[in-house]
Design a protein around this ligand. Structure first.
Ligand code: HEM
Length: 505
């Protein structure tokens, strides 16, 4: 058993029992903002990856609008449409109701972090949550498990030239009351604005060096998620082009905000806290609006102690296992003395502290007895045992890469990889394969499998037997997969042959 002794103390109980491949991945995307690959795109909040700093646009605003347009096709009566990433289809993006390049921009960067455990729709939901949270807005509860559509949804996104009754009917179809409609529009329109290019009848060409894409913003703090959208509207100082636009037909925010005699907007103007809590609730419900039959997970809160990137490698020469990985401690108590870097995450409200353990820092991990194996780990944190209430943090030692894997470059420019996967004697998988992330015909993340061959004459005394494959070396990353008793399992971290040595000649 491994012990990691740290003089720190911790708070909340675990949200789920680790490991769970899908929940681990969703939790990391939502909470590991220093390493999820997308949070940096909404820090700072005026960052716009597709244009210069003075374009007037921001990724954050695009991500919030994209999530809304993906959801807005929902029909709460027949259960069709909703957050299902149908907005990624060019047919949807070509509709007048989805005008502008904000959708293709957002989908391009967000879908890149989708995996077989994280749908594209989940990345769109997380995109909104990170944008709001990192730009001064509230934390929004996140559930995962959205399912990506295989075709466009039927149209249904409201447009500014439509009348109030159409908007009330449209939001009702989406599952929101008239008061909730006012709230949702105010929560969305605290960020960003209207561009000239897609809406020349609403916004003129500005010729403004600070807004090169001619964007008139909804409020004066358009990169802050705050209640200025309501304060400026109530004070009569707003420049919101959907309130004071020169063409009253397209002043949809004016009609919507005023539809209850300004009662809701007045309450938002009076109370930033009410605005924040209402937005957390409404935007949370918005991203949880999914087609009928889709089952979302429970709300995913950060695990107080979370192992990550665990990697076991079989060393045949010495019949040992090399073990490495990381553990993340969440929100260490004040006064704790972490021995590794502390990262501020999640809108600056939380800290994650990462500890790396490997055979270099801890030589004992270089050569665990393969015959004894390893079943689970636990940590001792501030003299308190962290073992998930006695369950431990399970580590599977049934199937793993073998360090005898190697690559050869002796056939000219074509290098060949020889992959060796060690399978614990007695496990008897029906299949062993390398797994590679890929996409299906409609862009959904999936996994391709490259089967390995079992040993022809396994050594009956061996602790592990070696399955193998020889193939042209492509420097893409693999995990190890196996089918054991009819169940598919995945082992190890995404790794590539580049980490292995050249074959002995
Ligand atoms: C009747 C309902 C709505 C109408 C008619 C409407 C209309 C518009 C229009 C015309 C734009 C300008 C887009 C551009 O220039 O590219 C816009 C931007 C935006 N909308 Fe809405 N909207 C509505 C509801 C919502 C809701 C419910 C949300 C989110 C909860 C939202 C979030 C946004 C955001 C964040 C932007 C700024 C995009 C950017 O600056 O790139 N909208 N909206």
């Amino acid at each position: 058993m491994l012990k990691l002794v740290l003089l720190v103390s911790l708070g909340a109980a675990n949200a789920y029992v680790w490991p769970s491949p899908q929940l681990d991945a969703l939790e990391a995307l939502r909470w590991d903002q220093d390493r999820n690959g997308i949070t940096g795109l909404v820090q700072p909040c005026d960052f716009f990856i597709f244009g210069p700093a003075n374009s007037g646009r921001s990724n954050a605003a695009d991500w919030i609008r994209t999530a809304y347009h993906d959801m807005a096709t929902h029909n709460s009566t027949d259960g069709t449409g909703g957050m299902d990433a149908s907005i990624r289809f060019t047919e949807e993006q070509a509709r007048p109701e989805d005008i502008g390049d904000g959708f293709s921009n957002s989908v391009a960067v967000l879908q890149a972090v989708s995996t077989r455990y994280i749908s594209i729709a989940d990345t769109l939901a997380v995109g909104l949550i990170l944008a709001v949270e990192n730009c001064g807005g509230p934390e929004i509860a996140f559930r995962g498990g959205r399912v990506d559509a295989v075709e466009p949804n039927i149209p249904g996104v409201p447009e500014p030239q439509q009348d109030l009754d159409s908007h009330i009917a449209s939001f009702s179809r989406q599952g929101f009351t008239q008061t909730e409609m006012i709230g949702l529009v105010a929560c969305g329109h605290t960020m960003g604005g209207v561009q000239h290019d897609p809406f020349p009848d609403i916004v003129p060409e500005l010729n403004d060096p600070n807004s090169t894409e001619s964007v008139v913003h909804f409020d004066s703090t358009h990169v802050n998620f705050d209640n200025n959208i309501a304060i400026e509207y109530i004070a009569g100082t707003t420049k919101n082009p959907l309130v004071v636009g020169f063409n009253d037909t397209t002043n949809s925010d004016k009609r919507i905000f005023g539809s209850d005699g300004n009662a809701t907007m007045q309450s938002f103007a009076n109370s930033p806290d009410l605005f924040a809590s209402t937005c957390a609730d409404l935007l949370g419900r918005m991203v949880d609006t999914v087609p009928a039959g889709v089952q979302l997970t429970d709300v995913i809160t950060p695990l107080p102690v979370k192992p990550a990137k665990l990697q076991l490698l079989f060393v045949g020469d010495t019949n040992t296992i090399q073990f490495s990985g990381e553990v993340r401690l969440w929100d260490l108590a004040e006064g704790a003395n972490p021995i590794d870097s502390v990262v501020t995450v999640s809108g600056g409200r939380h800290t994650a502290t990462w500890y790396i353990f490997d055979h270099i820092a801890t030589p004992a991990l270089a050569a665990l007895d393969a015959a004894a194996g390893i079943t689970s780990i636990h940590y001792t944190v501030d003299n308190k045992l962290e073992d998930q209430d006695g369950v431990g943090f399970a580590v599977a030692d049934d199937v793993m890469f073998s360090t005898s894997s190697c690559f050869t470059s002796d056939t000219g420019s074509e290098a060949t990889g020889i992959f060796h996967i060690a399978v614990r004697a007695g496990v008897d998988p029906t299949r062993v394969y390398l797994e590679q992330p890929t996409r299906d015909s409609v862009g959904r993340p999936t996994t391709s499998e490259i089967g390995l061959t079992p040993p022809t004459q396994p050594d009956s005394n061996a602790t592990y037997v070696i399955w193998s494959i020889q193939m042209p070396l492509v420097f893409t990353a693999f995990t190890v997969g196996a089918e054991i008793d009819g169940v598919k399992v995945t082992r190890g971290v995404l790794t590539s042959m580049i980490e292995f040595d050249q074959c002995p000649t």
